[in-house]
Design a protein around this ligand. Structure first.
Ligand code: PMP
Length: 396
């Protein structure tokens, strides 16, 4: 190995390990359900984004298997050459219907959707106002676009208005976009979309909402934009198909013109092989399930409320989540990691989340209850939380 590379790797890995910042990756043996197996041990799983339990749902599995039989396992090419299959067209129609927009485009993941969609529209002559807590894929998409990036204080509408005004009055930019998560994944708070839509109208901002954690969760399942009834005001309804929807992929839903443009300018769409047929069919089935009934959505919220109440009563700091995402904020990174490790030894899998995913000194164990958890599982988890919390002096 190159000496320079070796030195770089050693220095950086040692730094992370010495400061409690190194993330050990566990291997899940078998399906990612409400209980999982790691190193042969069964654990209550409070770490997945499989909000509705659809990742292991029989109807999705059946749809995927049938489509593998009819279409094979791979799409064979990028969408623009001959990788657009009938099942992709059906999927995009279904997403648009679900989101209440004219059209939609599917990408291979939420991450590359943000990379492709932001940079397809914004360029060096433009500015992007971006909430400071936006997801890494938004940050990277903004960087890729070469637009001027202006960080806006988290959900601070005064700061947004002031920065939108300043950017507009500077006359420096051809287009200005405001981009935000719909639901913030580390704290579970919801973007102030009605206020954002008003400010966007006043300053003629392009609006982009990444609803990775809102799809399937907010708006009776249809997402945060629908929750506020703002389908006509938000230009980009972006989301992932890997969390509540249970499969993999990303999408933008919007007007026909926007989607037509993304299909000629979204680079991952143009240059990376499309979603597999089986995955596409499973996603269609997932959306059908969500459009047929709110049963899974309702169960998710019931479980989220139950866990939140239980943790709060035990004395944990659960922040200000407005969604089922339930952080237990510990602060110090090493204690956070120790807490998560002890929870795991006792039977709960709830990962520690530390810098750089969240700011330094705000380490947390994040709990993601799902529709697939039973009350008994949540009660068992709460008992373990109490035991380990007291042991580490996090609660009294
Ligand atoms: N945006 C947000 C807000 C996310 O939380 C995530 C997933 N961590 C993504 C985008 C990326 O989505 P995917 O996992 O489908 O690539």
């Amino acid at each position: 190995m190159s000496k320079v590379l070796e030195q770089f790797l050693n220095e950086n890995l040692d730094y992370l390990k010495d400061n409690g910042l190194y993330n050990e990756i566990n291997v899940v043996e078998g399906p990612n359900g409400p209980k999982i197996k790691i190193d042969g041990k069964e654990l209550i799983n409070l770490s997945s984004n499989n909000y509705l339990g659809l990742a292991t749902h029989d109807r999705l599995k059946k749809a995927a298997k049938e489509t593998i039989d009819s279409h094979g396992v791979g799409a064979g090419a990028v969408r623009t050459i001959n990788g657009t299959l009938d099942v992709h067209r059906e999927l995009e129609k279904k997403i648009a219907e679900f989101k209440g927009t004219e059209a939609a485009i599917a990408f291979q993941s939420g991450f590359n959707c943000n990379m492709g969609a932001i940079s397809a529209v914004m360029n060096k002559d433009d500015a992007i106002l971006s909430d400071e807590l936006n997801h890494a894929s938004i940050i990277d998409g903004c960087r890729l676009s070469k637009a001027k990036i202006i960080r806006v204080k988290h959900s601070d509408m005064e700061d947004l208005r002031a920065k939108a005004k300043e950017a507009t009055e500077s006359g420096l930019y051809k287009k200005i976009m405001y981009i935000t998560d719909g639901v913030f994944s580390m704290d579970g708070d919801v973007a102030l979309l009605p206020e954002i839509a008003e400010i966007a109208e006043e300053f003629n901002l392009i609006t982009y909402v990444d609803d990775a954690h809102g799809s399937g969760v907010m708006g009776k399942g249809a997402g945060t934009v629908k929750h506020f009834g703002l389908q006509d005001k938000i230009d980009f309804q972006m989301g992932t198909l890997s969390k509540a929807i249970g499969v993999v992929g990303g999408y933008v839903a919007g007007t026909q013109e926007l989607i037509d443009w993304l299909k000629v300018a979204g680079r991952p769409f143009l240059f990376s092989t499309s979603l597999t047929p089986g995955d596409s069919a499973a996603i269609i089935e997932a959306i059908d399930i969500l459009m047929e009934s709110t049963e899974l959505h309702d169960k998710l919220w019931e479980n989220g409320d139950y866990l939140k109440k239980g943790l709060k009563e035990l004395g944990f700091d659960i922040g200000h989540s407005e969604t089922p995402i339930t952080p237990c904020i510990i602060g110090d990174e090493k204690t956070t990691q120790q807490f998560s490790k002890r929870l795991m030894e006792e039977g709960v899998y709830a990962k520690s989340i530390v810098f750089p995913t969240v700011p330094k000194g705000t380490g947390r164990v994040r709990n993601m209850p799902t529709a697939a958890h039973t009350k008994e599982m949540l009660d068992d988890a709460l008992k373990i939380y109490e035991k380990v919390g007291k042991e580490l002096n996090i609660i009294k």
